[in-house]
Design a protein around this ligand. Structure first.
Ligand code: GLU
Ligand code: MG
Length: 476
């Protein structure tokens, strides 16, 4: 198995002292914003953001020594029932949650509150091997050792419902205007204005906002960042949307399939691979090369690595039973393993950007992922698959420029286009067989991922699409 040393951190006494001193400065700043409490979040293997809170006076101690939390949360299922794996399970043990002070920010949508994503360490000061944020940091470091960096962003789709005044949890679209229609903006103008203000105040750089296709569905996209930053932002944006929704008497669903019969919510991931050039600095390998659609060799190899590992990657990118109700052909969810320029039915859409800005804009969009994914695990998997593509100097097959569902099985076969797994069970089997992802995540994390997935498969055995969508609708 590959070394997991790249990017590993250990908290020694000096480091703890430095963190405490920095936290004391931050706490003084937060007091100026009238902050009382700091929510430390981490995302579990099942994709749910969990939290512990410290009063602002305890931030310094939390930064140095962490806040205790059981490792058992790594085997929680989406209904909060608990399973047990080979490495995680049972009531014993403790971990320390350490706020990342670099990302600490007052939450404009929750006055009096600040937020920081947490890293999880053992009581001995080493990284917890099942911590998803640590896994993504390690993957980022492995690419850096090869002279590459990645810029990434998650698109956030959500469906907004009238609030739950009757105590039921049904979905009632909060707007009735047509898909992509300006009517929806008029219906929800105050809500969306407050959302944009809250995101700006928390330092999120919003690129655009639009009404989406399904009833009550909206979408927000943000600027690309480094991988850990992009995953943190995916958490922050969702918690901001949730909070502003509640404030307006609404409820936000990020579920892959809000209603059994409609188009679902995607969590498309945009990725570009940048080569560190000693003279020019980082150069985007998705443009300016001799490969397909102008990709440079490394960019094509990275894309080919991602494409080749997509069946297994679904176990981290489309990780819930409801994910496979979304993954149906001709719904813009990308259920065929193929790629194409601006093809919204290819699992891998290649986005070139307009002529003139391609050097900064060209990127890959992974369409088949959704927001029940832990964003740290989803990106860590994509980076590992891309790195394997670079190592193999892999090349892409011919691009596909039609909806693959309109091709006959023979035509798809001739073009090398295959259907992605149609169930979580098939994705988990592909994941178990994928040595690249197994090595990248390490045994304990890989085993825990499989344990949680199989737990959720068992939870929904025999359940109807109505039951699955209802049980998943408000969880992520
Ligand atoms: N809502 C679609 C999905 O499930 C995506 C629509 C789009 O291409 O933006 O992924
Ligand atoms: Mg969309």
């Amino acid at each position: 198995m590959e070394s997991t040393s790249a990017g590993d951190r250990t908290l020694d006494r000096d480091e703890r002292g430095r963190l405490g001193a920095r936290a004391a400065e931050k706490a003084a700043e937060l007091a100026g914003h009238d902050v009382t409490a700091v929510a430390l979040t981490w995302v579990d293997v099942g994709g749910i953001t969990r939290t512990k809170t410290v009063p602002v006076e305890r931030l310094e101690h939390a930064a140095s020594w962490g806040v205790g939390m059981s490792p058992v949360f790594d085997v929680f299922l989406l209904d909060d029932s608990i399973v047990s794996g080979r490495y995680v399970g049972g009531p014993t043990g403790d971990l320390r949650l350490h706020p990342d002070l670099g990302r600490l920010v007052p939450l404009a949508a929750l006055p009096g509150w600040a937020w920081a994503p947490a890293d999880r360490f053992t009581q001995e000061g080493g990284e917890h091997p099942v911590d998803a944020r640590g896994a993504l940091r390690r993957e980022t470091a492995r690419l850096a050792e090869l002279g590459y960096s990645v810029r990434a962003a998650f698109e956030i789709e959500w469906a907004v419902s009238d609030g739950d005044s009757e105590g039921d949890d049904d979905f009632t679209p909060a707007c009735n205007g047509p898909a992509y229609g300006m009517t929806r903006i008029a219906e929800l103008s105050g809500y969306l204005r407050d959302l944009l203000r809250a995101l700006a105040a928390t330092g999120v750089s919003v690129d655009q906002l639009h009404p989406e296709y399904a009833a009550g569905q909206l979408e927000l996209s943000v600027a690309a960042e480094d991988p850990v930053g992009a995953a943190d932002t995916a958490v922050l944006v969702r918690e901001t949307i949730r909070a502003v929704s509640f404030e307006h008497g609404l409820a936000a669903s990020f579920s892959p399939k809000v209603l059994p019969d409609s188009v679902g919510n995607g969590g498309h991931v945009h990725l570009s691979l940048w080569r560190d050039d000693p003279a020019e600095g980082p150069v985007n390998t998705m443009a300016g090369g001799d490969g397909p659609c102008g990709m440079a060799a490394a960019g094509e190899a990275f894309a080919a690595g991602v494409l080749g590992h997509l069946p297994a990657l679904l176990a981290v990118g489309a990780p819930s039973v409801a994910s496979y109700l979304r993954l149906v052909p001709s719904h813009w969810a990308g259920v065929f393993a193929c790629w194409g320029r601006e093809n919204r039915e290819a699992a891998l859409r290649f986005v070139t950007g307009a002529l003139g800005e391609r050097a900064s804009a060209a990127n890959l969009e992974v369409k088949c992922f959704d927001l029940s994914a832990n964003p740290y695990l989803a990106l860590a998997g994509l980076l590992a698959a891309g790195r394997a593509g670079i190592a193999a100097e892999a090349s892409l097959p011919a691009p596909v420029d039609v909806d693959p569902a309109t091709l006959t099985a023979a035509e798809r076969g001739a073009r090398g286009v295959t259907a992605l797994p149609a169930s979580l069970e098939d994705a988990v089997t592909a994941f178990e067989d994928d040595a690249v992802l197994g090595a990248a995540f390490g045994e304990a994390l890989a085993d825990t991922i499989v344990t949680v997935r199989r737990g959720e498969i068992a939870l929904f055995e025999g359940a109807s699409p109505e039951e699955i969508t209802a049980a998943t609708r408000w969880r992520h």
